[in-house]
Design a protein around this ligand. Sequence first.
Ligand SMILES: [Zn+2]
Length: 399
Amino acid sequence: MAPLTREVLRTLADFWSGGPPVVSVYLDVDGRRHRRPLDYEAELRRLLRHAAARARNDNGGGADERARRWRRAHLGRGSWSREGAAPLAKDLARIEHQVRQGVDRSRTRGLALFSCTGAGLWEVVELPVPVRNQVVVDRAPHVQQLELVLEERERVGVLLVDRQRARILVFELGELVDRSELFDALPRHEDDRGDWDRDHVADHRADAAHHHLRRAGQVAFQVFRGQGFEHLVLGGPEQVVSELERELHSYLRDRVAARVSLPVGAPDDELRRAAMDVQDTVRADRQAVQVRRLRDRVGAGNGAAVAGLGPVLGALGERRVHGLLVSDGYEDPGWRCASCSQLAARGPSCHRCGASMDRVDDVVEAAVEEALRQGCVVNICVGDADLDVLGRIGALLRF
Ligand SMILES: [Zn+2]
């Protein structure tokens, strides 16, 4: 198991089997949607059956139209030889075995697995963000979803304080990337016995505590300048946190995304979860903004956005799409032009070049892949009623 890094992505992207099949599987294991492991395991079995069935058809000699279409869509050139079937079965079994061994879902919401027994590739990447379920068999790993996750990565700082301690941790993609700690001992009562009166002691302690929070703010700012983070989570007793907030540099105050009631000594795992929750909220808010933008632009009718399957596929073919929004779980059969690859909701002849089109099992999936290939921002929206009303798919256009 590996966390996602640039290096992991580069290694995968550079891999080419030269013959044997490479299986890439993305699996959503998000505990908020799949309460029991059985739920995502069933989904995985469905994906793997799909891959095996497609490969079987492919080995059948190429007469099968469905296999031919799939080959064109997924394999690019050539077809699998009969020798390809045995390694493929091994790859699929290895992937299923790995997932059934269990997933630490306190920190993992998506899995990406890459297997090629025939050429010695085996990589399991745990992601702190959900992914779209997908299986691809090709001669190279299918890394588009990983690229998307890396592109969207942001850092979250978690700053915890009490009257004499402060800790700041920085997380990126659920991994701890930096930590700093500060301890300013408060003056103790016993030391002051007899010399100072009670009020004096109290004042002195308040000053020291104030000084400590100011220092905590300074340390946080140093970490911010050194490591950089987009969002900040504050934790500690309510009173102390609001005092701390007044001491923070305005750059940091602007980045406060959440306040949590965690003690300064909370275990790293709890802080990681707080950081991941913030990322989820930020992502959901951002998606809601995108959907609102889509709705407004479609409503304005000025051509800056389109909604519904047919218009979106048309815009993709013209390479006008900047951002694609799709409701999670939306599938629809459609068509792909045999000549110019244009996708369409209706067939059988291509409105662009007039050639005949082939049926595609799920043209929404094909549209997402095409959008990723074109470098569009792709948002898979969960439970967004506004997007559903717009036809479950929409696109913000470049021009
Ligand atoms: Zn065409």
